[in-house]
Design a protein around this ligand. Sequence first.
Ligand SMILES: NC(=O)c1ccc[n+]([C@@H]2O[C@H](COP(=O)([O-])OP(=O)(O)OC[C@H]3O[C@@H](n4cnc5c(N)ncnc54)[C@H](OP(=O)(O)O)[C@@H]3O)[C@@H](O)[C@H]2O)c1
Length: 205
Amino acid sequence: MARLIAIMSMSLDGFVADPEDGVTEVFGWQFTSGDVEVNTGGADAMTLRMSAPSAAHYLGLTSELGAVLTGRRTFDKAEGWGGNHAWGPAFVLTHHVPDGWPRAGSAVHFVTDGLDSAVQQAKDAAGEKAVGVHGADTIQQLLNAGLLDELAIDVAAVLLGSGVRLFDQLDAAPVLGDPSVVQGVGVTHLRYPVSRAEHPSPGTR
Ligand SMILES: NC(=O)c1ccc[n+]([C@@H]2O[C@H](COP(=O)([O-])OP(=O)(O)OC[C@H]3O[C@@H](n4cnc5c(N)ncnc54)[C@H](OP(=O)(O)O)[C@@H]3O)[C@@H](O)[C@H]2O)c1
């Protein structure tokens, strides 16, 4: 069964976007940390330039993926990835399918019947590969439901002070295993196995 891997770039103080939903700061390592060129693929393909350790980490991780699961806000901010996400078929959690979608020739699908359905559809599409998950709200729902297998967090060497937090809506304290660590330039790549949460986290709702 396909594994679910949350993949997010995060500031040292825990933000995945600035107060205007901007991600330039947390993704800076993908564009300016070195000379190794990496083409993202997908309909909105970009050439990234990063350090050799970050490039190896990025290529290794993305080669594991066969589908994507995100929330609607990530889809909106990414302008639908041009209709085809680099990581494979994309499943977007939403209460309302956006106007003009789904589109012919696009592998972006909208899921309006809840988290479990989205997970099942994404896993089915990924087959033997893993599902990459984007979106702070979506990732926290998966953590709260005990459905996430791994947190792959790129900790960017920036402090934002405010913005979209990644871990502010946890109902429980997920148990994390020891991380693998890759040191880049201006970023540290951490991959934590996640165990099912078994006890309430202190001070949460
Ligand atoms: N740093 C990074 O690596 C990275 C990566 C991706 C995104 N981002 C940033 O993160 C932000 C987006 O994350 P986010 O946490 O705000 O939102 P998100 O998880 O992308 O999307 C949340 C939205 O998805 C829909 N949704 C979620 N769960 C649902 C459910 N169970 N059933 C039906 N609909 C559901 C709802 O939208 P509706 O009610 O409108 O349908 C909800 O408001 C943006 O600022 C983006 O730029 C950063």
